[in-house]
Design a protein around this ligand. Sequence first.
Ligand code: 1CP
Length: 353
Amino acid sequence: MSAALLPAKRERFLRACRGQDVDRPPFWFMRQAGRYLPEYRAVRERVDFLTLCKTPELAAEVAFQPLRRFGCDAAILFSDILVVPQAMGLTLTFGAGEGPRLTEPLRTRDDVSRLLRVDPGRDLAYMLAAVRQTRAGLSDGEALIGFAGAPFTLACYMVEGEGSTSFARLRTMMHADPAAYDELMTRLTDVVADCLQAQVEAGADAVQLFDTWAGLLDGPTWAARVAPHARAVLARLAACGAPRIYFAAGGPHLLPHLGGLGAEVIGCDWRTPLAEARRLLPPGTAVQGNLDPVLLLAPPAVAAARAGEILVEGDAAAGHVFNLGHGVLPGTPPAAVAAVADAVRGFRSRRAA
Ligand code: 1CP
């Protein structure tokens, strides 16, 4: 399909990911579907979270909700990064009011060697059905983003068994039992690459690798022990042509190491000004971000004003996908998100034709 025939929102999103000029930056919000939306809570009153992920028509419905409200340029598949460890044989629970738990965390190399091989077409069929169903229902030519947790971030949860601020167990394993760590990361690299490839084949236009906890590491450790696996995942996707977004929360110290990773787009959290990120990344890399999600808890006009500054900063070069610096926080008023969406939609790039 020639670029001129692509639907406008999808074209805008894909062009920005590839570092090409656009009329205004495309936008979506990390964690744009979720509990802060009353219509999401209404669905969750009827089904638990995992049932929602595993019922393609419901997953598609909640993926559309933020698009209807805010007119985002892209939908993101509704799923969770932790369904991949579940497909590998771990028991995953989401208790009411608590975070996720993997009830048999991995502690030894033997534990790692018992993980199951995953065939996404068989073991994650519901996820691929959700991609197809979401793709089919995108009414206004929006882009569809697929995603997975990056190997390191998945390993954090699989060894810790639950959320943590330090993920000390995996980070200890990395140094104390490097063979177990390397085997786990290698297994995850294969599964994550297969899963993202299958999502693209099912209709995702782009993929985001969430390396939420990578910022816990110092740059050289990240470069030596994490980057080879993230790079291998992204390399496996090169041939399919879908833009690849890599997002590591937690600071600018990783940016100088991100060149050569193979991502067309680097997600930036709010701690890193976009101009600084661009200085540290190879020329032509697109940046995604980076409104502090806390701004959405301030009056909507304050959030919109800060979004306006980020739009100007992003427009200093081609290749900006507007987003938050991390996910929408619980309790965020939808009106604040709408005010930011209006600010983005009203912006005109100074390079626009
Ligand atoms: O009760 C509920 O309804 C569940 C809340 C919820 C939702 C809506 C969870 C539990 N996951 C999700 C969906 C989800 N998770 C999406 C799709 C929705 C969208 O973006 O619109 C995505 C992309 C994720 C990704 C995800 N899950 C990440 C990476 C993103 C990030 O925020 O850094 C992580 C770390 C998870 C694990 C997870 N799942 C759910 C929670 C509360 C957590 C965090 C656990 C923790 O460390 O405390």
